[in-house]
Ligand binder design. Structure first.
Ligand code: MG
Ligand code: ZN
Length: 229
């Protein structure tokens, strides 16, 4: 057995500060939600670690849905516009949100992005969170659906090691299932791990390389039949 260092209650620095920050974030998220409702816009928060396939999934969703809905993509990234540029090729509005050193988006940043967007001209906003499986889960943005992407190439323990973000998820996408056998990581195992921490989460297997499973993601997000306002 390995030696274990465990933190005690109250021992972690700035715990009160963190609680205040989270409370302020919840308030801002509620305002975002209200604003989006008022404009009849559905918003999706896409979370997942670096390289799991968030941007690829967004590109496929945009391609599939852009003929049907007016879409904007908000792209969270520390400093670059690489992902935003990839999405912009598909001819939808893209808002780049650079977080600097911050490892997650928060509701205030989304409020700013919403403020600079013509909400009367949109049906759907897809938000790509910063690549990270820890704090994005704690900071709700005001989205209707929260989706977490993991890939079989990240190994068999991603869910067990990051249970909190999966508790927050409405939909979990297990990506790169075309590589499942080569990686020795089974979709069913990951799905069971997700449903152990969150029985309500809908779990979909995808390959963003081949397009497998994208219709099922659309169905799970309940965006196959958004009513145009
Ligand atoms: Mg990305
Ligand atoms: Zn963070």
């Amino acid at each position: 057995m390995a030696k274990l260092v465990k933190h005690d209650e109250g021992e972690v620095f700035d715990i009160e500060l963190e609680e205040n920050i989270l409370k302020a974030n919840e308030d801002a998220a509620a305002k975002n939600r209200e604003l989006l409702r008022k404009h009849g816009i559905k918003a999706i928060d896409i979370m997942g670690s670096i390289g799991s396939g968030k941007t690829s999934l967004i590109e496929l969703l945009v391609q599939k849905l852009k003929g049907k809905y007016r879409i904007a993509v908000f792209n969270g990234d520390l400093t670059t516009t690489i992902d935003a540029d990839r999405v912009a090729r598909h001819g939808v509005e893209v808002v780049q949100i650079n977080t600097g050193k911050e490892c997650h988006l928060d509701a205030n940043l989304i409020a700013k992005a919403l403020d600079g967007t013509n909400l009367d001209k949109l049906d759907l906003i897809i938000i790509e969170n910063v690549g990270n499986l820890i704090c994005p889960g704690e900071f709700r943005l005001g989205a209707d659906e929260r989706l977490v992407v993991i890939s079989v190439t990240e190994g068999p323990y991603m869910v067990l090691k990051h249970p909190f973000i999966f508790m927050e998820a409405d939909v979990v996408v297990i990506n790169k299932i075309d590589l499942s056998q080569a990686m020795g990581v089974e979709f069913e195992k990951l799905r069971n791990d997700v449903n152990k921490v969150n029985a309500k989460a809908k779990v979909v297997g995808t390959s963003c390389r081949t397009g497998t499973g994208i219709s099922e993601v659309v169905e799970a997000l309940q965006i196959d039949n958004l009513r145009r306002q």
